[in-house]
Ligand binder design. Sequence first.
Ligand SMILES: Cc1ncc(C[n+]2csc(CCOP(=O)(O)OP(=O)(O)O)c2C)c(N)n1
Ligand SMILES: [Mg+2]
Length: 557
Amino acid sequence: MASEPPSNTLTAAQLLVATLEAHHVDRVFCVPGESYLSVLDALYGRPIEVVTCRHESGAGFMAVADAKLTGRPGICFVSRGPGASNAAIAVHTAQQDAAPMILFVGQIERKDRGRRAFQEVTYERTFGDMAKWVVEIHDPQRVAEETARAFHVAITGAPGPVIVVLPEDMLAEPVTAPVQAPFPGLSAMPAQAAVSEVAAMLRRAERPLLIAGGRVSHAAGRAALRRAAERWEVPVAVSFRQQDLFDNDHPLFAGHMGYLLPKHQVAAYGESDLILAVGTRLGDVTTQGYVVPRAPRPAQKLIHVYDDTTVLGAVFATDLAIAADPTAFLDALAEEAAPAPGRGAGWSEKLHRLWADLAAWKPMQASDGIVFGSVIAALRRRAGEDAVFTIDAGNFSGWLARYFSFRASQRLLGPISGAMGFGVPAAVAAALRLKRRVICLVGDGGMLMTGNELATAVQHRLPLILIVANNGSYGTIRLHQEKSFPGRRIATDLANPDFARLGEAFGATAIKVTQEDEIDGALDSAFAADGPVLIEIATSLEYISAYTTLGALAGRG
Ligand SMILES: Cc1ncc(C[n+]2csc(CCOP(=O)(O)OP(=O)(O)O)c2C)c(N)n1
Ligand SMILES: [Mg+2]
């Protein structure tokens, strides 16, 4: 570690950086701006890696992805007005995905606030609906204190984004205030009486269903989830885009509560007589539109375990709400006595079979390109025990959701917010953090939103494999169009660049796949390469989703 300058000579910017170091920040993502030049200078020579990105949405998404992997706030620095506006999508995603993130934003000089000066924005209003907290620091003596508070707010309760606004002139002022260490964390331990009550309810239940969410996605959470599920023989469904929480081939795996589930599967979840929701906020997608459980009054008993009292009981009339750390709860539940004999395996078998039937891949051929499921099948054959996937939003990801069988030792990072543009930056952040190969699935639409961060991957020689599903369309929206306004296609066709040549121009190894029998060879080459690889897949638009075809929608079979 470089030596600390004496504290009485620090500027506010230097105190801020020292406070980041005290919070164990080892990496920040940014697009530089003149409004926070002095922070950049304070980072000069310090033991924090500064990852320069090509767009603030990329920098913000990287911070969100990094947070998902570490459980600590992802850090992003952007310039005022235009920079902050570009970063807004990541703030929204951090909120929807419950990912802790701190967005530091430069601000105009304090003397001009309120005059609509060049690039002035009132961030409390702009981010008021998305962020957990927005603070503009006017007193340089408070920089360390407010930064420490920002960390605390971002990770306490449902994690989320905090915006810290830094007026340019304030950053340059000398300060005498000390560096702040992290505020002590909140420990929300479950009461033993509550755990015993859950045990009693589980003992009485004939068809219990555990719905697990992102708050247990760290290694200890996954282990506790498995132990509790096995001890109580309770089937586990995972919330939207959290398929990697539990081994999908485990007999207690009950499926992924994502989009486009068949009606009979949703009906089967609805047959449960007890839902034990752990570490999930039970959002719109997971609950299949507030149906399982039903809002406001569920059809079955509902137990909800989450470490934020503002989440519990906010949407659902909850029989037992437990404000506790979800992993601590699962650990405690696993220690309770085993269930009374009598509940057969019929219920969990039924749910597991529904998932397995849905996930059974049958090769399909299209005349207009490769059915993207073939790529998923090839990945399923070769992905290692520690494979890491990032996904963008789009129909191509539905093939992974349906046909890939995740193991709890693997990782999936996807935008629960549904934000396009997440996939490529998330892959950059994951490769930096995990220091191993990351596979990113992205559509032709999403690739041209934040695919520019391939330049960042090349700059850092990261082992990414970007698999671009090129169907020449904003396919997801085309699908909705064909359902709602059949035959009236508008605004969804895309004229695309040659993605393989584009990848090459960025400095990546580029491979174009136009025939199904080229998939395995392309993946072999990609896994053998070092540095970034882009594989463009000429993808069928006819097979527009993992559940239907354009022909079927048009009544052609
Ligand atoms: C930032 C953002 N803009 C718009 C949308 C709406 N939207 C959802 S999916 C989609 C199309 C995705 O196209 P592509 O990446 O090519 O994937 P495909 O659906 O074709 O597989 C759009 C426009 C969104 N979710 N996020
Ligand atoms: Mg597309």
